[in-house]
Design a protein around this ligand. Structure first.
Ligand SMILES: Cc1cc2nc3c(=O)[nH]c(=O)nc-3n(C[C@H](O)[C@H](O)[C@H](O)COP(=O)(O)O)c2cc1C
Length: 175
């Protein structure tokens, strides 16, 4: 079976998962910006991987663009976010991003990380604002993403990536 992994990663964690999956499966692996959509028809399996920023999955717009031409393929999506898995957050993310023809495509979850020092100015400003607001809350009221954001200081990096997050996806791809 011929497969391809198409990923969109702003800060590298999703790319790390894409490369781990490439090693585990032998699939081709390419970033959305370099993907040749015309060649997708030659694959049996297509795995999309994207980072999560606020309520968006990075590869969602790419998936929407190509879903029409790959409906006969085995498709899966892997999302990479800083928070630990939470059913409510996950279901909201899926409902918001996997609409129309994307509905029903299986979505898998893994934790990424973040590093304020290496973010774009806009993302760093947003995260710092959120940290300031979160700091005023009682820690027991933190949302999961807020808790992750408070876990590391401005000059540290949080990295929760773990190969084992790929296990359920790899099982699905084998089936
Ligand atoms: C602007 C911004 C918003 C984010 N929003 C969320 C969020 O709502 N929930 C979450 O769990 N992680 C959130 N994250 C953390 C990212 O999902 C995490 O950094 C992930 O590793 C990104 O993937 P990448 O390293 O491939 O870019 C956010 C990160 C940024 C920069």
């Amino acid at each position: 079976m011929k497969g391809i992994i198409i990923y969109k990663s702003k800060y590298g964690s999703t790319k790390k998962y894409a490369e781990w999956l490439k090693d585990a499966t032998g699939y081709d692996c390419v970033a959305t910006k370099d993907a040749d959509t015309g060649k997708l028809s030659s694959y049996d399996t297509i795995v999309f991987m994207g980072g999560v920023y606020a309520k968006g999955i990075a590869c969602a717009s790419y998936m929407k663009k190509v879903i029409d031409r790959i409906k006969d393929k085995k498709i899966a999506v892997f999302v990479c976010a800083a928070s630990p898995y939470d059913e409510k957050f996950f279901n909201e993310l899926v409902a918001l991003n996997m609409k129309g023809d994307l509905e029903g495509v299986p979505v898998f979850y893994g934790r990424g990380g973040f590093d304020l020092k290496n973010m774009t100015f806009a993302d760093r400003t947003l995260c710092k604002m959120l940290r300031k607001a979160t700091a005023k809350k009682d820690p027991k009221d933190y949302e999961l993403w807020e808790a992750a954001l408070m876990e590391v200081s401005d000059d540290e990096a949080g990295d929760w990536t773990d190969k084992s997050y790929l296990d359920p996806l790899i099982e699905y791809l084998k089936g």
